[in-house]
Design a protein around this ligand. Structure first.
Ligand SMILES: [Fe+2]
Length: 409
């Protein structure tokens, strides 16, 4: 682990919502990681890879979860990154997204906030994105060129992270009151240069300007989360080859890795200390759910498509509207990954909607007997136990449609 942050650095982080450590990396390290990014882009191993590099005014996105290039992935476990990450997050962390953006000359700047209050600035805490829906995460930004006036600076709003608030929904789940652009201080140029390392809070408002230079604007924009703050939407899965590329010690950074598809989603609906089970086809019981239909595993919103599908299925089969859900656990067999989410129905809408045959409500004391009688599978029972017993910081995950409801386009 690297040397600890100074009190001044910690104070800057607390006050500003970001921390810039200048001249962190050697030229050799920067050349190595830049080489890894360029190789992925030139071989088309990235989003927009169908456009031959260098197509002008194009953003190529290299997703580390599908890479096996040690020249790229080593930076994720670099001690100069990992030490401060774990200090700032307050404990053990993992990597929730490994992303490099490469913008060719003429490429646009960042888009605005999805809630519509700013045309270009935004914060990336998002209920419908996998990494963004954790309640304790940060960016580690490593510019691979100088982000000067021409290349497109990164602008940050000091203190804007204090304007979004985490508010309890109940004792297990919290939601976020996201700041509005009118709440925040003006965005200022962070003057990031090649070799610098910037940490940025999940709530910090920022903007990346367009590339008006004659060279590529590129860098690493990784997201790390506290291990005990799972993404409410559920994690995106890193590929096995990506996992294998990390060092033995670094493998702990990718707890969610699999080459299997997301095949099914189930939901724990809890009300008044009981969970809802539905009858299965074999005289037993199971958590209600739906098969997943996911075309492509890529993109930051892919896991919230599962939420959307579960929402539709629950409304259809149970007649209950599920306003949010939060990721609990994944279970795999040969056909794919079954993802289990949970929803606390504090108002009891589902209790009224669900009646009659085919459903039952079971409390803590009823789960083990059902499992021992082989009327409830071990994995559903395990998910329910985790939901009741695991001490995690959980947020609310939403489908993209629901998250953007009522906000201007
Ligand atoms: Fe952003």
């Amino acid at each position: 682990m690297s040397t600890s942050l100074t009190d001044e650095q910690k104070q800057a982080w607390a006050d500003d919502g970001y921390l810039i450590i200048r001249d962190t990396f050697s030229k050799a390290e920067l050349d190595r990681v830049a080489g890894g990014v360029l190789r992925a882009v030139k071989t088309g191993n990235c989003l927009n890879g169908n456009k031959p590099y260098p197509t002008p005014a194009t953003m190529y996105t290299v997703e580390g979860q599908y890479q096996d290039d040690p020249d790229l992935l080593f930076i994720a476990e670099h001690p100069a990154v990992l030490g401060p990450v774990e200090e700032l997050l307050g404990g053990p962390a993992c990597l929730s997204a490994f992303i490099s953006y490469l913008k060719t000359p003429g490429a646009q700047g960042t888009g605005g906030d999805y809630q519509g209050s700013h045309p270009t600035g935004h914060c990336d805490y998002k209920t419908y994105q996998q990494a963004g829906s954790s309640l304790n995460w940060l960016f580690a930004i490593i510019p691979l060129v100088d982000l000067d006036e021409e290349t497109g600076p990164l602008l940050l709003s000091p203190g804007s992270h204090k304007k979004s608030r985490i508010v309890p929904v109940n004792e297990r789940v919290s939601r976020v009151e996201r700041a509005n652009a009118s709440d925040i201080a003006p965005l200022v140029d962070a003057k990031l240069r090649r070799g610098d390392l910037a940490f940025m809070s999940m709530f910090t408002w920022h903007e990346g300007r367009a590339n008006g230079s004659d060279h590529d604007r590129f860098g690493i924009y990784n997201k790390y989360r506290a291990l005990d703050a799972p993404p409410a939407c559920g994690p995106q899965l890193f590929s096995e080859r990506s996992y294998d590329t990390l060092s033995e010690e670094g493998k702990r950074l990718m707890p969610h890795h699999s080459d299997l598809p997301l095949a099914e989603a189930r939901l724990i609906v809890e009300h008044d200390g009981k969970v809802l089970l539905s009858a299965d086809d074999h005289n037993g019981w199971r958590l209600p759910g739906a098969p997943a239909s996911i075309d492509s595993p890529t993109g930051q919103s892919v896991t919230s498509k599962l939420i959307e599908q579960l929402e539709v299925e629950l409304l259809d089969s149970v007649g209950v509207e599920i306003p949010w859900m939060t990721f609990v656990a994944d279970y795999s067999d040969s056909s794919g990954v079954r993802r289990v989410f949970a929803y606390s129905d504090d108002e009891g809408a589902s209790e009224e909607a669900v009646s009659g045959q085919g459903f039952r409500w079971v409390d803590n004391s009823g789960i083990n007997p059902l499992m021992e009688a082989k009327e409830l599978d071990r994995e559903d029972a395990d998910a329910i136990r985790r939901w009741w017993e695991e001490r995690c910081v959980r947020g609310t995950g939403e489908s993209p449609t629901r998250a953007k409801q009522g906000t201007p386009e």
